[in-house]
Design a protein around this ligand. Structure first.
Ligand code: DCP
Ligand code: CA
Length: 405
């Protein structure tokens, strides 16, 4: 039976979330990424702003030059994460064969779902309607017989689009599109192909295999198959997380042990918070240290009892950390802490009174943080970070932002 795969991708995601919160931003050139007078890059731009040539990754300073009247919004990652979770939950309601990709896109295998919704296209219409109704967000959906073509279709249909490529129509659908629209063909390949007079995916499909081999080696056959719309990709629901960790690179290498320990405490709290949110306990705690010369070590310890307590994670990490630092006198460039060997939540009654006390304490901390932001509660140690890192609702903005999670 032919497969029916959907690629579902929210449009101008960060901007769309901001527009739900502030409808005055709708229909305007909006850029999420930060104040234009700061160093930094565009996270995303509204479609109105894209008309001026603004794109993700561009320096904010360039974006202001291209469109001085654009509205610049700092953005707030915790809001996007929340919207992302709701988006994925809606999709999971439609099919368990779901593969989330990054924060705002997913593949869904809808093979055999026709009878339930009338058609797969009808199912996609319902998905779009629910996301609009419940989240207020525009989304584009591509439908095809594999992930590759479905992704091309959703991209082409943006914004607020829906495009189905009929079974057997893949090659004809791809043929007129620019060769750079084919996933896997990056800037470099595009340059090489230009010299061979290959402009469209159709031109690529017509190249003799011998020539493809000269340029793509063992991948030549795959490239050819992709160009004619054949791919044997599978929608794979994600495996359960086997570990969780947080790390940060410092703005400057440091030997300040008080500061290092405060950071380790903060990262431990983030790891503990993540474990509790996932309902997991960790049996192993590991630390990572990278020194000024980039040499990197990690040390791990197995706990007598699995834990999700910030205090135990930190105490174990600190012990490993102190031992390590007593042996290496270099300045530190990065530290990290992680929990692994995860097991499912409480498996036995907490007989140990002190563990029970910690559990209650951490649950109370989590409740307050959920309501008032991560930095609403600070332990003595992390208070030190207040003067060093910019503080935001969702936590300190560390030097490695993707790891501020
Ligand atoms: N993002 C980012 N930095 C980048 C690219 C993306 O921070 N260089 C963030 C902002 C986007 C989100 O990830 O809103 C999703 O990325 P997409 O590439 O899917 O872009 P958009 O959703 O913004 O737009 P599109 O409508 O093209 O999907
Ligand atoms: Ca998107």
């Amino acid at each position: 039976m032919a497969r029916r795969i959907m690629h579902i991708d929210l449009d101008a995601f960060f901007v769309s979330v901001e527009q739900v919160l502030n409808p005055a931003l709708k229909g305007k050139p909006v850029v999420v990424g930060g104040r234009p007078d700061r160093r930094g890059v565009v996270a995303t731009a509204s479609y109105e702003a894209r008309k001026y040539g603004i794109y993700s990754g561009m320096a904010l300073a360039t974006a202001v030059r291209l469109c001085p009247q654009a509205i610049f919004v700092e953005g707030n990652f915790s809001r996007y994460r929340e919207a992302s979770e709701k988006f994925m939950a809606i999709l999971a309601d439609f099919s368990p064969f779901l593969e989330p990709m990054g924060i705002d896109e997913a593949y869904l295998d809808a093979t055999g779902f026709e009878s339930l919704h009338g058609s797969v296209r009808q199912m996609a219409v319902k998905i779009k309607e629910r996301i609009k109704r419940e989240l207020g967000l525009p989304v584009s959906i591509g439908i095809a017989s594999n992930k590759l073509v479905a992704k091309v279709a959703s991209n082409l249909s943006k914004p607020d689009g829906l495009l189905e490529v009929p079974e057997g129509g893949e090659r004809a659908f791809l043929a007129p599109l620019p060769v750079g629209d084919l996933p896997g063909i990056g800037r470099k390949s595009e340059e090489v192909l230009k010299k061979l007079k290959v402009k469209t995916i159709g031109d690529l499909a017509n190249l003799p295999l011998g020539i493809l081999k000269q340029h793509f080696g063992i991948y030549a056959e795959t490239v050819h198959n992709h160009a004619i719309g054949i791919a044997s990709d599978r929608v794979e629901p994600p495996a359960e997380a086997k570990s969780t960790s947080r790390e940060t690179t410092f703005p400057r290498d440091t030997r300040d042990t008080q500061f290092l320990e405060a950071t380790l405490r903060y990262l431990s709290e983030r790891v503990g918070n993540d474990l509790r949110q996932k309902g997991k306990l960790a049996k192993c705690i590991a630390i990572k240290v990278r020194y000024a010369d980039f040499s990197t070590i990690s040390r791990q310890r197995t706990l007598p009892q699995p834990t999700d307590a910030d205090q135990t994670i930190f105490a174990t990490g600190l012990d490993l950390f102190k031992k390590e630092l007593s042996q290496n006198k270099q300045a530190v460039r990065l530290i990290g802490i992680g929990a692994s060997c995860l097991v499912q939540g409480r498996q036995m009654e907490l007989l140990d009174r002190s563990a029970l006390r910690l559990e209650k304490l951490n649950a109370a901390i989590d409740r307050i943080r959920k309501k008032h932001g991560f930095t609403a509660i600070q332990t003595g140690r992390t208070l030190l970070l207040k003067d060093i890192f910019p503080e935001r609702e969702e936590g300190y903005t560390l030097h490695t932002p993707s790891l501020s999670r």
